[in-house]
Design a protein around this ligand. Sequence first.
Ligand code: SF4
Ligand code: SF4
Length: 312
Amino acid sequence: TPQPWEGILNLDYRQGPEMPFLTASNLTKICDFPESNFICFPYESRRTGIYIAGCVRKPMDMDETITDATGAALKAIQCMELESRGRAVHPRAMDLSYPEFLLIRCTQCKRCTIECPFSALEEDEKGTPLPNLFRCRRCGICMGACPERIIGFKDYSVDIISSMIKAINVPYEDEPKFRILCFACENDAIPALDMAGINRTIYDASIRVIPVRCLGSLNLVFISDSLARGMDGILLLGCVLGDDYQCHFVRGSELAQYRLSKVGETLQRLALEPERVHMEQVMITDYHKLPKMINEFIEKIKEIGPNPFKGF
Ligand code: SF4
Ligand code: SF4
């Protein structure tokens, strides 16, 4: 059924001419509202530069609407200022990096253009990505999506993360120690780990943490590299997904979960247990739950035993 707002904005976006709408959120049972990160960036839409305020976002009274509109206007001013200086808007405000593509190796598979949550990648008739950097939020989801590993940033790339993995010390097979690698989203999981540290909570010391811009930027090659290096287990800490998602890049943790669902078969083919790779959803306020989450995962890995690839 056509919705009343259809045809008003008529935006030139690969993912359609309208704003993406929520349809089944707990917050929005009554009717559809433009989606936003309702906790951290309530005015923000998936269309960079378009902010939503007032009753199109959720039911609210006049006072709340005025506050909401003021917040959205300030965000729009910030967006114009940052974009005019070539910088990213929130949540990576001030970031000057942008995704670079080694297009000579592009197979035109369109995964990056389909998975970019902000429609920052259009494509030509053959399927080659055409970046529109004014829309880009620097999430790195395209980097995680690309099977050819030809997308990267100057300060964040497949090579950089692979070098970080290689730099982690893995105990030898005859040592009674395990090494667990954690990829943690910088938006919620890393602050939660910081909070856990500030509060002096104690968890198993076998874990090493690599921060990522978003779990959606996690290329599956990181998982295979880590297991080939001899890591006994891999824990992914990302934002809450689903209708009331908290991912700052909308679909990052959902995409990570989807990609992870494809990893199990590959692990079984390598005679590795799928349980060695596990994802948890974390909010900043969950810092007190982290030690239990980490310790339980490490206990499970200890029951499974060391990675048989250790030492090769
Ligand atoms: S970094 Fe994120 S927003 Fe930018 S092109 Fe890649 S997927 Fe799209
Ligand atoms: S995901 Fe990689 S290979 Fe596929 S279209 Fe994008 S850049 Fe090309």
